[in-house]
Design a protein around this ligand. Structure first.
Ligand code: M6R
Length: 595
């Protein structure tokens, strides 16, 4: 998604803006640009990578500027559609994330008043509206412009006659990084980590004016103060640390991440889980979990785990679909799982759940994210910054948090709970064992890379893992892959099975094992090659499949956590063999802030 940055201080703004934009590259973009303030406003932008923009720039000593990475929504990627956008005078520049819903109507009206537009974007109405209301006070002009805008936005604007940054947000994140006599603005914390870990998270409706002397924030025309927070992430965590890609680095971080996730939540006697929720007495008759993409797959696994350990009925819905449902929720805990805490579909679902009067709990990775701030309660998975567009370590951390949640409310006896906690504690070691077998999995990845279609199948608690494996292969290796409940293949997809359609079957030894073996034999009878994900010590499976990826044995409840690590590695090596852009797959964005 789009990223925005801004700088005001003593140093040359241009290299700072370029560096901050590079830190946002992972979000996905197709164009970029900057605007610098001297005695006039200079804009440099194009549908190019940031390195190319950087090379085209001349040194510039301006100390105020804004920048943008664009992920096209209104109008194709092109120089003219890239941000910053300007007004007729050329004095104003604006970078914007979000969608201005009434832009067509505003554009018509402004055109009638003599404004000339050059792009196809919704954003361009913002500088023109500001120009319309500008009377030597930029903040006031922005405030008046905001009264006419409907939709979502985080934007920064500068004006050649005014040495300040003016910014505002609604339904799109915006933070201010605080330095020593300098300020950084960004849509996402990693952008400013090279310079500061002191941040202010703006709230919806905030309008901020930043000069070198300080920040003033108003909301609804009232002066407000926002507390300064410390970011719990380091610059090193947001770098590749010698790995070829962020994705493989993040897969390798998983043992450490799991330990972080459960740190502080398990009692000294190892038999109780304490999550520190505000509402410990939550007595809900049912739970609804909402999420998108990979987080949705974690939710599907969470359903199995929570129902098994607590006997509380759980339903799971895709966040964007929940937004259209005629929901009757009653005494329901609504849990929203979102790595970024900014996914627009999740935010809309969360707001709807709150409007329906439900108690809301968010499981997220990002401290201070929009979801974390509006939910009634929040659980942080503490996975550290996840830069690769493909979610890996956050998925495993979400699973661990769901295990902890279920264990904290479980109706099982103390001994069984202690034994599950002991097993949970072993997960980092088990994942280490899988990482040690990376080369074997890479070999299967190189094999899968030769195909254009594949199925991932499983049953029961592992079925969402099949969905996740297929999503990853689609997302980063551009192979058409379908995740299927193994029992469903014969109800249609069998027609697609040929020697050109490999099937990856998750066959861990739980109560579904015998049936999935039978399914594998049916698949082999249709001549599809089969690669099984199977446990150490399973001597049977090798007789029926073409290759086996081995994973260590764990309690069936935890098997998704180990199986998925193997599938993430498989997808990574498949994509690598196909020469794909692994960390920034085409057309995708890390944080999806539009519906
Ligand atoms: O930040 P979120 O967890 O809300 O993101 C949800 C999805 O956009 C995300 O999981 C997406 O599916 C991943 N890129 C998959 O690897």
């Amino acid at each position: 998604m789009c990223g925005i940055v801004g700088y005001i201080g003593e140093r040359a703004a241009q290299p700072v803006l370029i560096n901050c934009l590079k830190r946002l590259e992972y979000r996905g973009y197709d164009s970029c640009g900057i605007a610098l303030l001297g005695g006039y406003t200079e804009i440099y932008k194009d549908a190019v990578r940031i390195e190319a923009l950087e090379k085209s720039l001349q040194p510039n000593d301006s100390v105020i500027g804004i920048g943008h990475t664009r992920w096209a929504t209104h109008g194709k990627p092109s120089e003219v559609n890239a941000h910053p956008h300007s007004d007729c005078s050329g004095k104003i520049a604006v970078v914007h994330n979000g969608v201005i819903e009434n832009y067509m109507q505003l554009r018509e009206q402004l055109t009638g008043e003599g404004h000339v537009f050059s792009s196809e974007t919704d954003t361009e109405v913002i500088p023109h509206l500001i120009e319309k209301y500008y009377d030597r006070n930029l903040e006031q002009a922005v405030s008046r412009a905001l009264n006419e805008i409907t939709g979502s936005y985080a934007f920064i604007t500068i004006h050649a006659d005014s040495g300040e940054l003016i910014l505002s947000r609604k339904d799109s994140p915006l933070i201010i990084g605080i330095g020593d006599g300098e300020y950084f603005v960004a849509s996402d914390v990693p952008a400013v980590l090279d310079y500061t870990d002191r941040v202010i998270y703006l709230e919806d409706g905030d309008l901020a004016a930043i000069t070198k002397q300080g920040i003033s924030i108003t909301n609804n025309n009232e002066r407000v103060t926002r507390v300064e927070d410390r970011v719990p992430w380091t610059v090193e965590e947001a770098q590749k640390a010698g790995y070829e890609h962020f994705m493989i680095k993040e897969i390798h971080e998983q043992p450490k991440v799991i330990r972080n996730t459960f740190a502080g939540h398990i009692s000294a006697l190892e038999s109780e889980v304490e999550l520190g929720l505000k509402n410990k007495e939550m007595g809900f008759s049912n739970i609804l979990i909402l999420a998108c993409g990979t987080s949705y797959h974690a939710a599907l696994i969470g359903k199995h785990v929570i129902q098994k350990l607590t006997q509380v009925p759980v339903t799971v819905d895709i966040a964007s679909e929940f937004n259209y449902s005629e929901s009757v929720l009653g005494n329901t805990l609504v849990m929203v799982i979102t790595q970024s805490g900014e996914t627009a579909d999740c935010m809309k679902a969360l707001k709807k759940a709150k409007e329906l009067g439900c108690y809301t709990l968010v499981i997220t990775n990002v401290v201070g994210s929009s979801a974390a701030r509006i939910a009634d309660d929040v659980l942080y998975i503490k996975a550290g910054p996840e830069i690769s567009v493909a979610a890996t370590k956050s998925f495993v951390a979400q699973l661990v948090m769901l295990y902890l949640f279920a264990l904290s409310r479980s109706s099982i006896d103390v001994r069984s709970r202690a034994s599950l906690i002991a097993e949970l504690r072993q997960l980092p070691n088990k994942i280490h064992e899988i990482l040690n077998r990376e080369e074997d999995i890479a070999e299967q990845g190189r094999y899968l890379a030769g195909y254009e279609n594949a199925f991932f199948v499983a049953r029961g608690i592992s079925y969402p893992v099949a969905l996740e494996g297929a999503l990853k292969v689609k997302e980063i290796a551009y192979i058409h892959a379908e995740g299927y409940a193994a029992g469903e293949l014969k109800h249609g997809p069998f027609a697609l099975l040929t020697p050109e359609t490999p099937v990856i079957a998750i066959a861990t030894r739980d109560n579904t094992y015998e049936t999935i073996l039978a399914n594998i034999k049916e698949i082999k009878a249709r001549e599809s090659p089969v690669v099984a994900i199977a446990e150490d010590g399973d001597d049977e499976i090798g007789k029926y499949v073409d290759a086996v990826i081995r994973i260590p044995s764990v309690d069936p409840l935890f098997a998704p956590t180990t199986a998925v690590v193997a599938l993430h590695l498989l997808a990574y090596y498949t994509a690598k063999e196909r020469g794909c852009s692994i960390d920034m797959p085409r057309n995708l964005a890390k944080s999806v802030t539009v519906e």
